[in-house]
Every structure is written in C-alpha cells, then in structure tokens.
Write a protein that binds this ligand. Sequence first.
Ligand code: HEM
Ligand code: HEM
Length: 147
Amino acid sequence: MSLRDIEDRADCERLVRAFYGRALVDPLIGWIFVDVAKLDLEAHVPRIASFWETVLLGARTYGGGAFRPHAAIHMRAGLRAAHFERWLILWHATVDELFAGERAELAKAHADRVARAFHSRIQALPSPHDPVPETRGLSITLHDPGA
Ligand code: HEM
Ligand code: HEM
C-alpha cells in the first residue's frame, strides 16, 4: 500500500493522536506527559493539530507560544537531550508509518528544528537535576565550655 501525504486538518489530528499513542506509553518520556504534565489529551490534541496545520498547511489556527509550557516542564522534570531525541524518534516513526510526501518530510524537518531550538533554550533555565549550589561562608560557632 502506498502512503499519501498530509492533506488536511483531519490528517494532522490523526498524526498527533497516533504520536501520543506511542509517546504516552514510552518508557523514556511517557511519564513526562502522564505524571508531570498530567496531559488532558482531548484538550491538547486540537492545539497540537492547529500547530501542525499552521506549519504544514498554511492555516493560521495556532497562536504561538509553544516554548513556554516546555520551559515549565523542564523546570519541574529536567528535560535532557535524550528526551528530545526520543520524542523525535517517535515523531519520525509515526509520520513515516502514516504518510509520505513533501509535507510529511516537512513535518519531520520542522520538528527537528523546534526540538533543537527548545533544547538550546532550556539550557539557560534551572532544572531539578542541577547540582545543589556549594554553600559558601558557612560559619561554625564554637561555644567555649569554660565561659
Ligand atoms: C511555512 C513555513 C513555516 C511555518 C508556518 C512555521 C511555523 C512555526 C510555528 C507556528 C512555530 C511555533 C512558534 C511559537 O509557538 O512561538 C515555529 C517554530 C520554529 N520554527 Fe518554524 N515555521 C516555518 C518554517 C520554518 C523554517 C524554514 C525554519 C528554519 C529553517 C523554522 C524554524 C523554526 C524554529 C527553530 C522554531 C522554534 C522557535 C523557538 O525556539 O520557539 N521554521 N515555526
Ligand atoms: C522532550 C521533548 C518534548 C516533551 C517531553 C514535550 C512535552 C509536551 C507537553 C507535556 C506539552 C503540554 C504542556 C501543557 O499544556 O501543560 C507540550 C505541548 C506542546 N508541544 Fe511539546 N514536548 C516535547 C517536544 C516538542 C517538540 C519537538 C515540538 C515541536 C515540534 C513540540 C510541540 C508542542 C506544542 C506545539 C505544544 C502545545 C503548546 C500550546 O499549548 O500551545 N513539543 N509538549
């Protein structure tokens, strides 16, 4: 069976749902969606579908501000390069399983760019994996037993 390209919003939704079917049960990143973000899929899928409809089909249904929720998750969970790499592996596999064509290629290429940009932007933010800062100027008071 030969695959067709991503043509409309329904295709974007199908892609996004299939992706979350993998991501939510993934041993490396599933917990971030389930336990940290406590993702409400029915609320989330339309937003992400709008994002992809905007990127791939020229719609203007996504309002922007995609980085902010990732910054918040990073500060709670600590997003690492390995998490982004896994996200991208699952995304590429899902796209390739369902679609083929120019837009399918763009869906993979744009995800790569956004992942790189997000990963580099979160480097500047604190995360729970940061080492505990060295305590400086700790003072020890010796009480003189004779006093
Ligand atoms: C039809 C063309 C394109 C559309 C409609 C599009 C759309 C978008 C949208 C909606 C976002 C999310 C922005 C936000 O939420 O603030 C985004 C992010 C991004 N796009 Fe594109 N894009 C396009 C082409 C490109 C190209 C050609 C590149 C690079 C060569 C690129 C690189 C990026 C990067 C790096 C980000 C993440 C920026 C960040 O750090 O927040 N995009 N794009
Ligand atoms: C380590 C990798 C990633 C993780 C764990 C992750 C996780 C999440 C989570 C949990 C949310 C929901 C946040 C909330 O509403 O509370 C979210 C939103 C979103 N993610 Fe990601 N994400 C990752 C990478 C990416 C990449 C590479 C892209 C772009 C292709 C992307 C695009 C989006 C968009 C567009 C939203 C919706 C933001 C909005 O509500 O407007 N994510 N992500």
